[in-house]
Design a protein around this ligand. Structure first.
Ligand code: COA
Length: 158
């Protein structure tokens, strides 16, 4: 059974993240979404809210699980018996940071590979900060996020 981890902050999950998840499901038997607990970022949504939004967004999809993790990603991957980590590459500017992380993770655990997937080009300019900024100023973000996220953003920025 080939298990892969898709890690991130997911503050909040976007259609770009979901696009990567669907692609990963065609390559692996099981995808585990790992929400990082202690991030340097100051998330808008609590861990519970992020977890709920992801769970609702992937409702009905088989071979997928959502978990939270703390500490090193490779340790979490190892614990989950995953052989790989998925990261999305949206543009060239993502590459340098991702390359560094992939090599460091490989140095930490030789048995876990990083696999890069490219989302549909319509999502290449998305990130969670941009979505939050648009929502804060009441712009319509419904094309970019799942319905539940759209609703939660509206509630946050009433
Ligand atoms: N569609 C839309 N947005 C996307 C995206 C996609 N397909 N892929 C990434 N993004 C966005 C995210 O929304 C996020 O936006 P934001 O910065 O505005 O919040 C940004 O791109 C990148 O963030 P994310 O994918 O959440 O990664 P991260 O950089 O916050 O976290 C971890 C990366 C969790 C993998 C890394 O911090 C980690 O492994 N931490 C654990 C500790 C560890 O092992 N450290 C050693 C690493 S060598």
């Amino acid at each position: 059974m080939k298990i892969v981890i898709y890690p991130g902050t997911f503050d909040p999950i976007t259609n770009g993240h979901l696009d990567i998840i669907y692609r990963a499901l065609t390559l692996f038997d099981k995808v585990i979404i790992g929400i990082l607990l202690n991030t340097n970022k100051k998330p808008l949504f609590t861990t519970e809210e992020r977890l709920e939004m992801i769970e609702k967004s992937i409702e009905g999809i088989k071979n997928i699980e959502v978990k939270t993790f703390d500490g090193l990603l490779v340790n979490f991957a190892d614990e989950m018996k995953a052989s790989a980590i998925i990261r999305g590459l949206r543009q060239v500017s993502d590459f340098e940071y991702e390359f560094q992380m992939a090599l460091m993770n490989r140095k930490l655990n030789e048995n876990i590979s990083t696999v890069f997937l490219m989302p549909n080009e319509k999502y290449t300019y998305l990130n969670s900060s941009l979505i939050k900024e648009l929502a804060r100023f009441k712009a319509d973000v419904s094309d970019f996020v799942p319905e539940i996220v759209n609703r939660k953003l509206k509630e946050k920025f009433l």
